[in-house]
Design a protein around this ligand. Sequence first.
Ligand SMILES: Nc1ncnc2c1ncn2[C@@H]1O[C@H](COP(=O)(O)OP(=O)(O)OP(=O)(O)O)[C@@H](O)[C@H]1O
Ligand SMILES: [Mg+2]
Length: 283
Amino acid sequence: MIRVEDLIFQYPKNDSPTLKGLSFEIQSGEVFGFLGPSGAGKSTAQKVLYKILTGYQGKVEIEGKDLNLWDSSFYEKIGVGFELPNHYLKLSGRENLDLFASFYPKNSGRDVLKLFEMVGLEDDMNKPVEAYSKGMKMRLNFIRAIQHDPAILFFDEPTAGLDPVNGHKMKQHILDLKKSGKTIFITTHNMNTADELCDRVSFIVDGELKITDTPKALKTKYGKEAVNVELKNGESDEFSLKDLGENADFINFLKKGEINRIHTLEASLEEVFINVTGKTLKI
Ligand SMILES: Nc1ncnc2c1ncn2[C@@H]1O[C@H](COP(=O)(O)OP(=O)(O)OP(=O)(O)O)[C@@H](O)[C@H]1O
Ligand SMILES: [Mg+2]
């Protein structure tokens, strides 16, 4: 669906490229993510792909067609949830949505109330956007991106600025879009968002992709295949998962006292990130 080969991009006023030769593919129906710290080039890469930034080197193909050869019909195919919501503040949420819908020839089927209900903004749809909180603007941003029913969706930091409840709902909406067959490219520096949403994730640092794989494969590869047992008296120990059922030390330890908790030592995506890139995800 999306194929990127050796993508290099330099902002005209900068001395060196921001994207230093990215190669990746996004399959149809996949949720693909860029996970990386602030300034890594996540938004820049997306902006090249949705043609806000031009003058790149390398090859970008969307549905087998070179990005440079797509005409304005490209914008009917894609939906973009920008990193920073850029609404008309004096207009209401509904007026904003209608205005953007008017740019698309095929929007007759959309149900505006349903869209607002989807993100819990139905009571606020007629209020001016200047009266919206950041999270409300993000939610409006989301329905604006999907209202023309595009096949490919770009979400730049979709859970940023949302409280845990709305963050969870946003992730669910994205998974629902995946279920309906959309191809989705997200950026995030939140490992939970990447872990929960992405079929595959690329770690990006300083304009370079360090590794691409499924979150599960990354965690298994870089995690410890072991279990940690903690007793109520505070004693704890680690045991390899290999032949665990026949490990006498493990069985004896379990009998030693009341068990407080047992957990596997699978790495978190953040630990894997640090392991692979030597950098943290913190801003
Ligand atoms: N318009 C611009 N002109 C010049 N340099 C820019 C411009 N926009 C971004 N950059 C630089 O490009 C680099 C990557 O920025 P980008 O916004 O793509 O990072 P990001 O990974 O999206 O970060 P964040 O997590 O903070 O959103 C940064 O060093 C930034 O300073
Ligand atoms: Mg960004």
